[in-house]
Structure formats: C-alpha cells, structure tokens
Design a protein around this ligand. Sequence first.
Ligand SMILES: *Cc1c(COP(=O)(O)O)cnc(C)c1O
Length: 400
Amino acid sequence: MIKNTNGKTGLFIPGPTNIPDCVRQALNVPMQDMRAPDFGELTLPLFSDLKKIFKTQTAEVFMFPGSGTAGWESAVSNLFSAGDSVLMSSFGQFSLLWVDMAQRFGLDVQHCEVEWGLGIPHAEYRKILEQDVRHEIKGVFACHNETATGVVSDIAEIRGILDDLNHPALLCVDAVSSVGSLDFRMDEWGIDVAVSGSQKGFMLPTGLAIVAVSQKAMEMRSNATLPRTFLSYDDMMKTNETGHFPYTPATQMFHGLRASLDFIFKEGLENVIARHTRLAQAVRAGVHAWGLNLCAQNPENYSNTVSAIMVPEGFDSAQVTKTAYYKYNMSLGAGLNKVAGKVFRIGHLGDLNEIMVLQALAGAEIAMRDCGINIELGSGVAAAQEIFITETASLKSIAA
Ligand SMILES: *Cc1c(COP(=O)(O)O)cnc(C)c1O
C-alpha cells in the first residue's frame, strides 16, 4: 500500500507525542563535554524543576538514558531483593508488563488480574494488605494511567489503605502517561517511586527515563540485593551532586527537557492539566455521539490523556488504524494484546490543541466509515466542537 504523505502526519497516539517546535529546535545543539566543570549549569536546574512537575519537595530525581521501561527496572532493581513479596495488578498491557518484569527479577508477585477496562482493585488490595499482618509485602505497585485501555486509577486511595493499616510497603507508581498531563501529587499521595519517560507528557523524543524516589525508598535500598549497574541510584547520586553522570548522558535530551519544562511552566502546570481535561471531554463527547463505547467501563476511570474506543462487534480495529495510516496519513493508537482488534486509541496528551482534536476525530470518522462501521460523519466532530464552544475559556474571553 502506498502511504499518502502530503501535509503533516497526524500523530494521535499516546506516545511518542507531538513535540513543540521550540523543543525540537532546542534539541539541535552541538555535542558538548559532559565532564565540563560547568555542565551542572544545564543539568542541576532540571532536577529541581522536575520536582515541581512530580509535586515533590524531598524526592530524589533521576534521569537515565532509556525509556519508561528502564524507569520500571530501576525501581525493581534498586529497591527490592529476589524473593521479596510485592503486590501488583494488571488491567492492560503496561501494568501487565511491569508484573512480568518483576517476575523475571525473581520477585514473589501477588498478582491481581483485573478485567481490562477496570482500574486498580482497591478492595482486593485492602484485603490482601489487611491479611499481611507481618508486613511481608515490601512493595505495592500501581499503574496510575493504563495507556492500553485509557483507564486512570486513584493513587491517593491506595495511600489511604496503606495508612489505615499502618503498612510500611513502598508505593511504586507507573506515572509514564500521567505525570505532566494529569493531576499527579507525589508527596501528597505518599508515593515512594514515580516512574516516567520523556516521550509522553514531557513532549520529547524517547530517550530519558525520569524517576522520582522518596527518601523512605532511598533508605530501603541498602537492604535491597538485586544487582544493578547501569540503573544504579547510588552511582547516579554520587555524580549527580555536581550535575554530572556516571556514563555518557543524553546531552541533547537535557536541552530539549529544558525547553519542554519552560514550555510547561509558561502555560502553567495547572493549565496544562485543565487543557488535557477539556480535550479529553471533547474526545469522549465525540465517542458518545458515534454511539460507541470506551474500553474504560466506569466514568471515574476515564483517562484524560488517552481514550481507547471499542469498535462494534464484528469489526477489526486494526483495519481502522491501518486505513487511517495509509489513506489519511494519520496514526491512531493500536489495540494491544487482549484488546487487539477490539479497540483503537486516540492519544490526547502533550502538545495538542482543540483543532488537532477535531482533526483526530474527523480522521477517525472517515477511517471507520471506510471500514464499514456505521457512524454518522461529522457527529463526533460536532459534539467536540460544542464542548470547545462552552469549555475553552480563553477563546470565550477573546470573543467577548
Ligand atoms: C509508554 C508507557 C510505558 C512504557 O514506556 P516506554 O517508554 O515505552 O518504555 C509504561 N507505562 C505506561 C503507562 C506507558 O504509557
């Protein structure tokens, strides 16, 4: 098949996300000496500014060359020992892969398998933690925003359960597709490890695993015996103090991160979160107007960064994403693993605005119709337009 390549390729996947032009240009700098005495002038402010995004005062922040998956691995390998009991749940491809990783590292995973479309099983977590009177469970893992199903879960509620039971387990959170786009509060929610990556809410290329680790977790690491070298928090700490790194860091990415953090602060983190909320509402209004369902079953779990949309019975969502890609030069997110063929996803995070959301909905509409799915053309777009007319405050005030 020949791909239509005129114009800008529509990138409506939940990562990598669209990169603002100012960030893309900031990446284009000559190589520099990462051992230069003043290298810290670039890197040290990044550590402190990242804390603002994670909403933490006291956590250690790490930047590893890698992707979110490396961030997961850093948490497992720095803080746990083989045979340690941990509580995890899976309800989508990403939460499932973290379980798989912990098992491969030899952790003793109590694995709550949840129907895809639901979120973290709080009641089951409470029950298991209640029964663990000897505090054998060393870590409780949670995927804040499951990108495969568009499901967000309440992390504060898990903190509440741990506090109620006075349970000392570390709370380890996958925040890859939430931090910087959704409401995320590391300190307030008592999170011990928050894992992210550069190519989602940070609007950068893939290349950095960004991890924030609480002081409580940092103290635990001396008891943890899993081997770690490349992802060692200790090695990082030693050199990070002066803004340097134990091996060659991704220098260009730091320049990009500087620009992306400035971009976020200019809009204001709370405004970024509000924009994601508004754009997501519009996508959901569109899906509703099509008469289709989200994979996320409960409104309290609807994600404001990604929507996984179920195609009607008898249709293949892979045909929709393929048609969109080749015929209309736009990428929609594929259905993964258990929901392959059943859902396609619209990623609505990062550098995105109202008109881009309308473009995504319009493209999805024609791609679905091409595949014989009976939706009314323009219905999703119109529903989203209605949301923007009422919800986009800055435009309202300009028009007034
Ligand atoms: C993207 C993503 C990951 C994996 O990150 P990579 O950067 O692809 O390694 C993990 N968890 C969630 C929730 C994600 O969205």
